[in-house]
Design a protein around this ligand. Structure first.
Ligand code: CDP
Length: 231
């Protein structure tokens, strides 16, 4: 098999605040693959729903809005920006009310249908590292490598706290832990693509690992897959 023709798909799933996006971004950078933050897509649609005053219960209106929405990722001055319908929502999607509403919206199968189709199109166009909740189970069921990151909720709250305060946002550690636990419960309990490891995912417990160690572990797993695929 010619390795130049392979489109690589690396799926990284796991609960809130486990460090998926940081790790996925760096793994993609190292490999020269595109990084796709699927959580940002659900967050951007949530932003639009809230700002257009559409009730969360109106799944038909939300579906119509998602179908028409134009989500764009851009990089400016090394900062990754997220736009929906040309509105820069980079900061707004990391704050309330999006934080508290996003898991309610993400439980709707119609919205998922729209976003999963976009994600699959991207994943089939170029080599990607994609992070989210259903990447290994639904979006890229044939990914060559599926990673599921785990960590205790205390460690995850601490990581999210650092991420927010590093960016200059105000944050309350206890409140963050409560919120990520609530969001995880919702994400795991929902009927539509619940958060769970894919049957063939490599599970990495990151409680006692640094970011660099997690990245190394993923690259190691990829090298194992590559040696099996290319020989
Ligand atoms: O960064 P964090 O892990 O806290 O969340 P995120 O990846 O930005 O995702 C925000 C929310 O979007 C999650 O809690 C899920 O409810 C939803 N989501 C999803 O349902 N499926 C995905 N593939 C990605 C996110």
């Amino acid at each position: 098999m010619n390795k130049d023709n392979i489109i690589w798909q690396i799926a990284i799933d796991g609960p809130a605040g486990v460090g998926k996006s940081t790790v996925a971004k760096l793994v993609a950078q190292k490999l020269g693959f595109k990084y796709i933050d699927t959580g940002a897509m659900y967050r951007a649609i949530t932003y639009l729903v809230v700002h257009e005053n559409i009730p969360m219960s109106d799944s038909a209106a939300i579906y119509a809005l998602a179908q028409k929405a134009n989500i764009e990722f851009k990089i400016e001055n090394d900062k990754e920006l997220v736009f929906i319908n040309k509105i820069n929502v980079t900061d707004a999607i990391r704050q309330d009310p999006v934080n508290t509403m996003v898991s309610t919206l993400s439980a709707q199968s119609l919205v998922r249908k729209v976003l999963v189709a976009i994600q699959q199109q991207l994943a089939n166009s170029f080599s990607t590292v994609m992070d989210g909740r259903d990447i290994g189970t639904v979006v890229m069921p044939n990914a060559q490598l599926k990673i599921y990151l785990e960590a205790s909720s205390a460690v995850r709250a601490q990581r999210r706290y650092m991420q927010l305060t590093d960016k200059g946002y105000k944050a309350d550690l206890q409140e963050i832990e409560l919120m990520i636990n609530q969001r995880d419960e919702q994400d795991k309990a929902r009927l539509a693509s619940p958060l769970k490891p894919a049957p063939n995912a490599v599970i990495i417990d990151t409680d006692n690992l640094t970011m660099t160690e997690v990245i190394e572990a993923i690259i190691n797993e990829l090298n194992k897959v590559k040696s099996l695929t290319l020989h």
